[in-house]
Structures are given as structure tokens and as C-alpha cells.
Design a protein around this ligand. Structure first.
Ligand SMILES: NC(=O)c1ccc[n+]([C@@H]2O[C@H](COP(=O)([O-])OP(=O)(O)OC[C@H]3O[C@@H](n4cnc5c(N)ncnc54)[C@H](O)[C@@H]3O)[C@@H](O)[C@H]2O)c1
Length: 384
């Protein structure tokens, strides 16, 4: 019988609902070792919890106080999706209560908070902690990862990873916590989107040694929904260029986290260019990936392959169909649940605490580099 892992969800907003929906259609997965059952939900906004109890009969506890949820012995693991400033308070509390943690990125809003979370994780090696980052679970992204892992790229020329949004181009879009430095953090767009672009490079061992960064701030005030315009202080766009030391030759790692990329809606992409092979995937063409194999003197021909529905975790969906965001969320959660049940997440676990800490090191250096217009060395955890 499939093992049941009882989850609490803290933060019933945009992402809390996504994860709940993915759990509700777990029957989609054909060989899951375990399934999540949401037994408790928590949000300070009481009205948001009714949607959960209406749609998920398994929800037996609703509370506005996360401590009450954490005291619930029925809860084995917690998915936490709250504003960034709260991560450093809630994530350690979740672990101290003995619950496994699937936490939303960015694991704290700055390097200090990241270190607080890292210390709490270190104190509880018995608990499984992973950071949410679903885009690499697209089949096309997995193809790019596989291509690189198989050594098809040869000496790398450049790697570019991007996450592009555009709704902030509207200066009349009301402000929310993601545009407030005190809640989202000084990283601005980098804190929001940085884990998404760094997940694959860090997984492949591409840790930039130094970074430069171009930071852009265009919309300086926004409506507050009460008839006023209030300061909007977060960075809109960041283009980070890191230098990765590599035996095949140092190469640039370009990371774009843009909230104002005209015309783009949640476009995540990864491109690797190399002397022997190149590969590219973008969520704009969710069932395809592109690649090129090159032999000296041979032709340089990019190929496009339609992949259809081919997630890491097999599903009932026919292979000819198309993969999307909600599928990536479910595949990511399947990877976490698989690890909880003793599996290896099909060789691609969710982002790890050390990857989350490394991404903070890169973003901290990038923020300094952008503000001072200089090249900054990245200080990874454990380095002097
Ligand atoms: N993986 C992704 O693709 C993705 C996408 C968007 C957001 N996120 C991340 O998810 C997290 C939440 O973002 P969101 O878009 O869901 O935000 P949201 O504002 O829609 O939801 C956050 C919820 O947290 C609740 N909350 C605030 N303080 C609380 C507290 N003390 N206890 C319990 N609940 C509290 C709020 O009332 C709100 O409902 C952030 O870390 C964000 O970076 C991830």
C-alpha cells in the first residue's frame, strides 16, 4: 500500500494553493512510493483557509497561528510558503518541532537569515529539508541536464539561465510584499527569481567564483490600493555575470532575473554553449528542447525534439501530451515525497539546503557588485 505522509501547509496564498492542488491529483502519478495528505493548514488571513477545507476533506486543522499547527502530532512534514522576511522565523521553528520541511525559496531574505536557517538545518540532520524550485522538472530542462551530465558539451563557452516576468512593466500595478524591501529583502527581483536560475547551474557544480551585476530599477512608486502612490524600492531587473572556474577553461555564467522583461510571462530558460555540444530549453516551448552536436569541420546544425509528456515520475498522461507549470509543481513535490519515503528522487532531488545557501552567497555578492559597480568574490559557506 502507498505510504501516506501527513502534511501541514503554512501560507495559503498563491503557492500554498498550487501545492494543495498537486496533492489532490496524486492519482496522476503511477509509481509514487508515498502520497502527501494535507491534514492541517495555517494562514494569518483566515478567509484563505476555507478553500482548502472545502476542497480537501483530509484537512482537520485550520489555524491562524503556525505554532498551533507545529504542535499537531498528526503533522509529519510542512510545506511553507510565506513572505521572505518570515522564513528565518518559521523554518527553524518547523524543524525544532520535529517536522520535515519543504520550504519555499529563497530560504530567508538575506545572507544573515540564510545562515540562521542553515544552523537550524544542521541541528536536525534527522529531518529532510528541501527548497522549492520546480522549473528544472520540465522534461526539456531534464534533457539539457542529462546532455551536460553525459559530457556532450565539451569545453563550455557560456551558460545562460533566465527567469523573465513582465507584469511589473505596468506602473499602475498595485504594490505587494514582493516589491517591499522590508518584506522581500534588498535582493529584490534576485531574491524572488534567483533560486530558479541558479538551481541547475549549482546542481551541475557551476559555482561562480566572482560576479558582476547590472541592476535596474525603473518603477519607483506604485499604487497601494488605497488611492496613494507609495515607494517601490526593490530592484526590477538583474543581470548577473559570474565567472566559473573550469578545467576546460573559465566561462561566464549569465543569470537574468527580470521582473520587467517586455512581453514575457514566467519564461524560464537554460542555455549551455560548448565546443562539442550546445543545448537549450525554454518554458515558452514546453514540449521541446534544442541541441547541437559538433565535430571539428562538421556542420553546425541545431536540432529540435518534441518530447511530449515525459516527467521524471511516470504518470497516467499520454506521452504525446504537453507538460506545464502545474505538472512541474507535482513532479517537484513527487521528488520530495519520494525522498521522504526513502527513494532517490529519480536522481534529481529538489534543491538542497546547501544549494539554497550557495545561491544566497551568489546573490549577496551580486547585490554588492551591482551597487558598487565592481567585481565581487563570492563567499560560499565554509569559506574564510
Ligand atoms: N516556486 C515558485 O514558483 C514560487 C512562485 C511564487 C512564490 N514563491 C514563493 O512562495 C512563498 C510565498 O509566495 P506566494 O506567492 O505564495 O505569496 P502569497 O502572498 O500569495 O502567500 C503568502 C501567504 O502567507 C500568509 N502569511 C503571512 N504571514 C503568515 C504567518 N505568520 N503565518 C501563516 N501565514 C502567513 C499570507 O497571508 C499569504 O496568504 C515565497 O517564499 C515566494 O518566494 C514561489
Amino acid at each position: 500500500m502507498t505510504r501516506v505522509i501527513r502534511f501541514g501547509i503554512i501560507g495559503c496564498g498563491l503557492m500554498g494553493r498550487e501545492l494543495a492542488s498537486a496533492a489532490a491529483r496524486w492519482l496522476h502519478l503511477t509509481d509514487a512510493k508515498a502520497r502527501p495528505e494535507i491534514v492541517a493548514v495555517c494562514d494569518t488571513n483566515e478567509g484563505l483557509m476555507d478553500w482548502f477545507s472545502t476542497h480537501l476533506p483530509s484537512v482537520r486543522q485550520k489555524t491562524t497561528d503556525y505554532r498551533v499547527l507545529l504542535a499537531n502530532p498528526e503533522v509529519d512534514a510542512v510545506y511553507c510558503a510565506v513572505p521572505h522576511v518570515l522564513h528565518a522565523e518559521l523554518y527553524p521553528a518547523i524543524l525544532a518541532a520535529g517536522k520535515h520541511l519543504f520550504g519555499e525559496k529563497p530560504f530567508g531574505m538575506d545572507a544573515t537569515q540564510s545562515a540562521t536557517i542553515a544552523a537550524a538545518i544542521k541541528a536536525r540532520p534527522d529531518l529532510l529539508v528541501r527548497c522549492s524550485s520546480e522549473m528544472p522538472f520540465y522534461p526539456g530542462a531534464q534533457k539539457v541536464v542529462d546532455f551536460i551530465r553525459k559530457g556532450h558539451v565539451g569545453p563550455v563557452l557560456e551558460v545562460e539561465a533566465a527567469f523573465l516576468h513582465s507584469s511589473d512593466i505596468n506602473p499602475d500595478k498595485p504594490i505587494n510584499w514582493k516589491r517591499m524591501v522590508g518584506v522581500n529583502g534588498d535582493y529584490g527581483c534576485m531574491g524572488d527569481l534567483g533560486m530558479h536560475v541558479l538551481h541547475v547551474p549549482l546542481r551541475l557544480g557551476w559555482r561562480p567564483e566572482t560576479v558582476t551585476a547590472s541592476l535596474v530599477k525603473r518603477v519607483t512608486t506604485r499604487p497601494d490600493g488605497k488611492g496613494n502612490r507609495v515607494p517601490c524600492e526593490t530592484w526590477d531587473n538583474a543581470t548577473i555575470t559570474g565567472t566559473v572556474r573550469d578545467p576546460g577553461g573559465d566561462f561566464p555564467l549569465v543569470l537574468k532575473t527580470w521582473r520587467i522583461a517586455p512581453g514575457e510571462a514566467n519564461t524560464w530558460s537554460i542555455k549551455v554553449l560548448g565546443m562539442k555540444g550546445s543545448a537549450f530549453f525554454t518554458t515558452k516551448s514546453p514540449r521541446q528542447w534544442q541541441f547541437m552536436r559538433y565535430e571539428p569541420g562538421g556542420s553546425q546544425t541545431w536540432q529540435t525534439e518534441d518530447l511530449g509528456f515525459a516527467g521524471l515520475f511516470p504518470t497516467i498522461t499520454g506521452g504525446i501530451f504537453e507538460f506545464g507549470f502545474t505538472d512541474a509543481i507535482q513532479q517537484m513535490w513527487a521528488a520530495y515525497v519520494d525522498e521522504l519515503a526513502g527513494g532517490d528522487a529519480k536522481g534529481f532531488p529538489c534543491a538542497t539546503p546547501s544549494e539554497a545557501a550557495d545561491h544566497h552567497a551568489v546573490l549577496t555578492a551580486a547585490l554588492q557588485a551591482g551597487i558598487t559597480n565592481s567585481t565581487v568574490a563570492v563567499q560560499y559557506q565554509g569559506q574564510a
